[in-house]
Design a protein around this ligand. Structure first.
Ligand code: ADP
Ligand code: MG
Length: 734
């Protein structure tokens, strides 16, 4: 049985409108051991026939048998396998990888056939000795003479060690001497193989030929037996696929192999990285800026640097907590009496109502009008010089005595006197008060945040009770363990007197519960309040006075909530994460701003994302076009390795690796650069602005975007490059 058999096989070329014939109704049987020479004038179909035989090109009509197997159902991958197992090609134009050395060219075949590098080296050296190129093993293929190049091609075929060798005008580009020695070499290596040679110059091969085939106009016009040959059986090449390790090695080699190509690609990818970085950063920056505007309904102090903390285990803060928090990076300051940050106090009088926040007097060094306070009930009022009240009530305000009222509850913190005014920029007012008043305001706020249940005899009242309303007040005049109650409460006791009865207070807030049992010692009325407690109040209804220390027992069980302020708001996510890791629950004002128009904001964000997408998309196409131009010279390489036996997938992978190496390098170098700028080792405002608030997540995001882009580029490119058969890819490019 012949190894190759053609029955009425025809090959047509379809170009746009015309169909031309490569060869027509060829019948041919080739045996193992033969040395076949095909001759004929140019254009007679020799190359076409050779390419069909070697599975590089398809045929349109007739039947071809390989080792007895019909091939009409062969797919591209069947042909791939056939080429790997059976065919070694030698071309007129050598088809070497010019940027590789002689050694690397031969090594390539063995790598593609799945050998390990340790097995490869001695084998390659051995083969180079056979073809007489040992001296040139480290010479670049491009530096060799024609005859030497063809020897490399033969060495490659030897390395592949296939049962069939096809050579298309192997001596066409060589001088007479070289041609002679190449033919001799071919004969030497053709033991137990089928060799098919196409040549113009029949005399050169006559002495080796066993069979001569002449072609004319796509037909065989002569098929002549010249000499006898030793019949033999085909020995298929047992091959494996390129190993993962070698694939990576080859990809890397290809990435750096051609210096100008490498530099061009690197430059493009570096540029791409830069653009993606800056686009991404401008997206994040606008997002970030937008996140800083808005309101928060729960907190009065809405500085975006503020983070409210409580402990995850719901215990009060201790000294060691403050120490731990101080040591966390990016914390500018800690504010222990957190509730004071959100207290609103006010003064009012006839047509005047001034509200503002409250700050310690110690943070103020001088006043602009009036005097600094001298005793604990004197305060300074601050505000803009041209605010309404300052403009019109300037004189009246100073030395005014009034109640300082807490949180619009119409509950007085204390009687105060304004001694001075302080002018500053901005809206609103600030009351600068003594530590004593600050402490009263703090306890009052704690009380406001709590529910206090009151039980007396059989009755229990809550603060929302419709029967009575009551407020617990501290007083130094009331003895510990006792309470002075308002008159109306007596109605709920037997005989309308609660005197010497037990009064129970149960306090409950989000952080703790506390309770106290007190003995009712007095009933206060409008008439005796001044005498009993030394305070002058118009209205005693609802007031229950208890000793200051008892008051603290109920409402000051330690600090359960504090605020910290961040140095750099851009690093807020990292800082919050560290705080959470240390066991604190965080509430960042920045992250909890409510925007008045959420829908509009969402829409704007989406638009921004779309713009980013479009920009990245067009960038992708621009880079694709440029990279395609740069890679044009790589087409020969990829069709060459396919002719040598690389599968489509291997070729795609190699291209991917080659491009991924470049993008990684560009990304790494650019990222390193930004990190140097960030750390302050290099000063560059432009890059600093771009990446100052980037976190690991952002770098990862950009990395993913770039890798995806790079993979899309190489896949698109390889899809185009490998969609046609190996030969047409080659033909188009040569
Ligand atoms: P030879 O190798 O004997 O010089 P070829 O096999 O290259 O001849 O060409 C045989 C015929 O096929 C010629 O008429 C040539 O014009 C035609 N041909 C070869 N390659 C193509 C192609 N890619 N497209 C169209 N026609 C082709
Ligand atoms: Mg030809």
């Amino acid at each position: 049985m012949s190894i190759i058999k053609l029955k009425n096989v025809s090959k047509f070329y379809r170009n746009k409108n015309t169909i031309s014939s490569g060869f027509n109704k060829i019948n041919l049987e080739l045996d193992m051991g033969e040395f076949v020479t095909i001759t004929g004038e140019s254009g007679s179909g020799k190359s076409t026939l050779l390419n069909v035989i070697s599975g590089l090109d398809s045929y349109e009509e007739g039947e071809m048998y390989i080792n007895g197997e019909e091939t009409s159902h062969y797919t591209e991958s069947d042909y791939e396998e056939y080429r790997r197992k059976y065919i070694g090609n030698i071309f007129q134009h050598f088809n070497l990888v010019n940027s590789y050395t002689v050694f690397e060219n031969v090594e390539l075949v063995l790598l593609l056939n799945g050998y390990n590098r340790s097995e490869i080296r001695p084998k390659v050296l051995d083969i180079l000795k056979t073809v007489g190129l040992t001296k040139y093993k480290n010479t670049k293929a491009s530096k060799l003479s024609g005859g030497q190049k063809q020897r490399v091609a033969i060495a490659r075929a030897l390395a592949k060690d296939t049962p069939i060798i096809v050579a298309d005008e192997p001596t066409g580009n060589l001088d007479v001497q070289s041609a002679k020695s190449i033919m001799k070499l071919l004969k030497e290596i053709s033991q137990n193989k089928l060799v098919v040679i196409v040549t113009h110059n029949y005399e050169q091969v006559e002495e080796y030929t066993t069979r001569k085939i002449s072609m004319h106009d796509g037909k065989i016009i002569e098929d002549k037996h010249i000499s006898s040959y030793q019949k033999c059986l085909p020995v298929e090449v047992a091959y494996k696929d390129l190993t993962k390790k070698n694939k990576l090695m080859l990809g890397f080699r290809n990435a750096f192999n051609i210096k100008t190509k490498f530099l061009l690609l690197f430059f493009i990818y570096f540029f791409l990285t830069f653009i993606v970085f800056s686009e991404y950063s401008s997206l994040r920056k606008t997002e970030f800026d937008a996140s800083l505007t808005g309101y928060n309904n729960y907190f009065t102090d809405r500085r975006i640097e503020r983070v409210v903390l409580k402990k995850s285990d719901a215990t009060p803060f201790r000294e060691e907590d403050y120490k731990k928090i101080e040591n966390i990076e990016n914390i500018e300051s800690t504010f222990k009496n957190d509730t004071l940050l959100d207290v609103i106090v006010s003064i009012e009088n006839n047509d005047m109502y001034i509200a503002g926040d409250i700050k310690p007097l110690s943070s103020l060094d001088k006043v602009d009008s009036g005097n600094m306070p001298k005793n604990k009930n004197e305060i300074v009022l601050a505000g803009s010089e041209d605010s309404y009240f300052f403009l019109f009530y300037d004189k009246e305000l100073i030395n005014k005595e009034t109640d300082l009222i807490l949180d619009n509850r119409s509950e007085s913190i204390d009687r105060i006197k304004i001694t001075g005014l302080k002018y500053r920029e901005g809206d609103g007012h600030t009351f600068y008060v003594s530590d004593d008043i600050l402490e009263k305001a703090r306890l009052g706020t704690n009380k406001n945040y709590s529910n206090t249940e009151l039980s007396i005899e059989k009755d229990t009242f809550t603060e929302e009770d419709s029967r009575i309303q009551y407020r617990i007040e501290p007083s130094s005049k009331v003895e510990k363990g006792t309470a002075y109650i308002f008159n109306e409460l007596n109605m709920y006791c037997n005989d309308f007197s609660c005197q010497n009865k037990k009064l129970k207070l149960d306090v409950d807030n989000i952080y703790y519960k506390s309770n106290l049992e007190l003995l009712v010692k007095n009933t206060i009325t409008k008439d005796n309040v001044k005498e009993l407690l030394g305070v002058k109040i118009e209205d005693t209804i609802g007031k229950i006075y208890i000793n200051e220390e008892d008051y603290k027992t109920l409402y000051d069980k330690g600090n359960y909530q504090i605020s910290v302020f961040l140095k750099d708001i851009k690093k807020s996510d990292e800082t919050l994460a560290s705080l959470q890791k240390e066991g604190y629950e965080t509430y960042s004002l920045k992250n909890n701003l409510v925007n008045p128009s959420q829908d509009v904001q969402g829409l704007i964000n989406m638009m921004r994302l779309i713009v980013f997408g479009i920009a990245t998309g067009s960038l992708f196409f621009i880079s694709y076009v440029i990279i395609k131009i740069i890679l044009k010279s790589r087409n020969i390489y990829f069709s060459t390795i396919r002719i040598l036996g690389a599968t489509k997938k291997t070729a795609c992978d190699l291209l991917n690796i080659e491009l991924l190496v470049d993008i990684h390098l560009a990304y790494l170098i650019f990222t390193t650069l930004t990190l140097f700028v960030k750390s302050g080792a290099i000063h560059n405002k432009f890059i600093m602005d771009m990446v100052s608030f980037f976190t690991f997540k952002d770098y990862l995001m950009i990395y993913i975007i770039l890798i995806v882009m790079s993979l899309l580029i190489s896949n698109r490119y390889s899809h185009k490059l490998f969609k046609s058969s190996a030969m047409s890819t080659y033909r188009e490019e040569v």
